[in-house]
Design a protein around this ligand. Structure first.
Ligand code: SAM
Length: 235
């Protein structure tokens, strides 16, 4: 945790917060914080700055906060991701928040196991928890938007073209395609497939909607690795 994220409910005055639970535990065990220490903090959805520890007990702490710095800019990226297996989903949510992905769309695909959609990690509070971990890691305060689209064809036919009206669309797919571009600055939508890959029908539909297939070389990367490798290369 490189940033202590503060939520509206933590504020007991305009410049003072009271914390308990996970964040207090982290302060005590990892930072080994003491009264008078200065910590880096940010208000969820708002500014970042510093906080001075005013009081500290095993149950709660009070901090005086001064927030005056904007969070880092998001990447101009919408990630369209075939629903990954649950354990990977947790980590990908954290990576997306850390890397600055603005929007994540979790999409069904033929090779997504149906059971993946039953995972508790898709519950809104679990999605939020994992995004918060990623923001705390990277020092950001703004949650990425997350959408769940369980019907491939209606999404791709009815919604994807509109999403692409102001963005370039790329489809990550191993094969004889152009190399994935580097150092992109314009808004982008990037589609990444499931563990078993996109099926040819899906590749056709995504390309008809306006995505261009690109590849990252002959090594086939796991979804989680592909997410970070592609984002790192693109931006
Ligand atoms: N056998 C599958 C295939 O050939 O598509 C492998 C799927 S890979 C484990 C999961 C996803 O990561 C792919 O659908 C693609 O979006 C992305 N990916 C992994 N390696 C890639 C590469 N070398 N080039 C482009 N995309 C890649």
């Amino acid at each position: 945790m490189n940033l202590l994220l503060l939520e509206d409910d933590d504020f007991v005055a305009s410049d003072r917060v009271r914390l308990s639970g996970r964040r207090l535990k982290h302060m005590l065990e990892i930072h080994q914080a003491e009264v008078g220490d200065l910590l880096r903090v940010g208000r969820l959805g708002g500014l970042m700055g510093q906080a001075e520890v005013l009081s500290l007990s095993p149950d709660s702490t009070e901090l005086q906060v001064q927030l005056d710095q904007p969070p880092p800019a998001k990447l101009p990226l919408t990630l369209l991701l075939a629903m990954p297996r649950p354990k990977m989903l947790r980590r990908i949510l954290q990576h997306c928040a850390s890397l600055g992905v603005a929007e994540l769309i979790l999409l069904n695909s033929y090779r997504v196991e149906k059971s993946f959609w039953q995972t508790p990690f898709l519950q809104p509070e679990q999605i939020r928890h994992n995004l918060l971990l990623g923001l705390e890691q990277a020092r950001d305060t703004v949650l990425p938007q997350v959408r769940i689209e369980k019907r491939f064809k209606p999404f791709v036919e009815d919604q994807l073209p509109a999403l692409l009206s102001d963005k370039q669309g790329l489809l990550a797919h191993p094969g004889p395609y152009p190399a994935c571009p580097r150092a992109v600055t314009q808004p982008l939508l990037l589609a990444i497939g499931p563990e078993g890959g996109w099926i040819p029908y899906e590749v056709d539909k995504l390309c008809q909607a306006g995505l261009q297939p690109v590849q990252l070389g002959e090594r086939i990367l796991r979804v989680e690795t592909a997410v970070t490798a592609l984002i790192g290369r693109l931006f």
